[in-house]
Design a binder for this molecule. Sequence first.
Ligand SMILES: [Cu+2]
Length: 442
Amino acid sequence: MAKISRTLLSAWLLTLHVQLCTGSVEPLPSLPYDLQYYLDTCHGTGDLNDKPAELAFWGAMQMYVSKFCEENPSMTTSEKAFLQKTVTTSFAPISASGRGKRQATRPRLRKEIRTMTITERARYFNALTRLKRDTRLRPNIYDVLAGFHTGANMQRAHFGPAFTGWHRLYLWILESFLRLHDPEVTVPFWASVLDNEMEDPTESVIFSGAFFGPGVGLPTSGPFRGWQQINPATVFNRNVGGGQLYTYEGIDAILRRRRNSELLFPTAEADSNFEEQHGGPHIFVGGTMNDLNAAARDPIFFSHHSFVDQIWERFRYNQRAAGIPTETDYPWVPNDPRYNPAQSPTNITGFFPDGQLNLDYIQITGYSDAFFQLVQYEQVPTCPLCGGSQYLRCNPTTNRCMSRSIAEMRTANVDIDTLPGLEQAAPGRKKRLIAYKENNAV
Ligand SMILES: [Cu+2]
């Protein structure tokens, strides 16, 4: 992959800045602050000249563009109460209230999506579509939650030590809302390392109608094919094939480390830069996923982040084994300008972007060990059985599992275009299938 020089990157970003702001070319006195900040700090111990150009461009641009994309929905009192109540209830078992015993809850078991049964997959996709149709928040719950991942929150969620914890909490919140509609569902993870083993990952079953739908263009088939009609303003698109999916080598480099400071901006080691590695699949899926401000509109975002979280939990398991306290290993040096103040361990996560709600979980909450007890991950499938999944096979040469392609499944006469049990996303149909109960949110 092409390497770049700082000068070239600066020139390219400068041009882009000018196009974004004015549509015409004007000279700028210097690089915009955020771009300069990214170049100066975000590469930490890595050398920008050793970075794949695509990733460096991507990181710098996400950081920069996010500030133009603030979404400030105004909510009614009852909407606020509903949002607040659902989130607060979901966090009740892990909040350090000291008001007595923790709620006894069954852990949420998250699986690789190709090892789920057809029914489990259909139930997960149905819960997503029900959230997309659920107007208890306007325009719908799914879109409001996707809006958490925009604007000023990007400074709280990305490019610093809060990256892992913030997204862990975010996944938990989405999952809690899904469980209002189906209390059994959990967010499956997409172990893109399995697709990376393929000769052409764009041909993976992941991008079939039986999984996340087409890898190019709008969701015209697959589980989200009605989403365009539900809200044309927030429909997503894809353009698979760029970027770099997870590699076993990259994951191993992360799992060899023992401190979060070795994984996270601004001090990440070059080969175990967790957030940078996570950018690869964003670029690979392309389209909406390629723009962090809109990425959560594509549900594949949450399964990608479920995998990010699965890797982090494996890292934390190693930390525990080495006697390192996971809850306090939050890399932070007060008054060091390389650290973004929005990512101070005591700063708010800011889930509701305009701060109207009192959902002021602080950044270090994401490092809480309580999640270890309430969420469990299955392993990434391994040879020879590969989780017993018909969508995976063991590559005997590498002794690693890999995804099957859509063509392989067709040759084997397995229906890969439809998913039995999928509910139609008919617009305007309001049906609350499972009534909200105070205690079924977890
Ligand atoms: Cu993010």
